[in-house]
Design a protein around this ligand. Structure first.
Ligand SMILES: [Mg+2]
Length: 233
């Protein structure tokens, strides 16, 4: 089995990913950049490095820089960055470090593994035959909000404009929202109002639940407003 290096400070996340990936790879794991660097010194034949960004002692970016330094111009493994949030400056820095693959948490192990395999097989092809997989770009989670009140939708839009890891779609007409959901497969959650003149929240919920992908993702808007107002204070 080919070796990969997994760097993540969260024990839960590290063992979850590590267990899954060990079906296909020999997984070396480390809790922070410093530990990972020590492992990398002894295992420069790793095919890929998957690293979290926020870690104590040595974070992901510092670690990737150290890997580059150690390689001194010779080829380095494919590097995947995982984080719950990528701001503009870390995106820029990762790009300069040649990291094309970013995964926003929560990580789906199956998907990570699939991309990992693609990236590695691509690396082994002669340069001319490499498909230019501009691999997986950072993807925001999409949330659909349904409420007849424009004030509430404005507040939500404003709240999410500060949160690039989420994309909020606000719709005031429930029927339109059902339609949109049917054609938009990337929606992760739906929050809806209970009382709406065109259609009650309950009817809306039934319609969403009758769509196979809509069974588990519905919440009421009240529960969201509670979350967002408690976070503000
Ligand atoms: Mg972390």
């Amino acid at each position: 089995m080919k070796k990969i290096l997994l760097v993540e400070d969260s024990d839960r996340q590290r063992s979850k990913l590590g267990n899954f990936l060990s079906q296909d790879w020999c997984v070396l794991s480390a809790q922070n950049g410093k530990e990972a660097l020590e492992l990398y010194e002894k295992n420069q034949d790793v095919e890929a490095i998957i690293t979290d960004l926020n870690m104590p002692i040595m974070g992901g970016i510092e670690f990737i820089k150290a890997v580059h330094q150690q390689a001194g111009g010779s080829s380095i493994p494919a590097i995947f960055a995982i984080s719950s949030f990528f701001d503009d400056s870390s995106m820029e820095e990762l790009k300069n470090l040649g990291v094309h693959l970013k995964f926003v948490k929560p990580i789906i192990p199956e998907r990570l593994n699939k991309v990992l395999k693609m990236a590695i097989s691509n690396m082994h092809r002669p340069t001319g035959q490499r498909t230019n997989v501009q691999l997986v770009e950072k993807k925001a989670k999409t949330i659909l909000f349904v409420d007849d009140s424009p004030e509430i939708l404005n507040e939500i839009t404003e709240y999410f404009s500060q949160k690039p890891e989420y994309e909020a779609i606000c719709v005031h007409n429930p029927a339109e929202a059902v339609n949109l959901f049917q054609n938009h497969h990337e929606i992760s959650y739906i929050f809806c109002d209970i009382e709406m003149p065109q259609m009650s929240g309950l009817t809306f919920a039934r319609k969403i639940r009758s769509i196979p992908s809509g069974k588990k993702i519905l919440k009421t808007l009240n529960s969201f407003l509670k979350i967002s107002s408690s976070k503000k204070s």
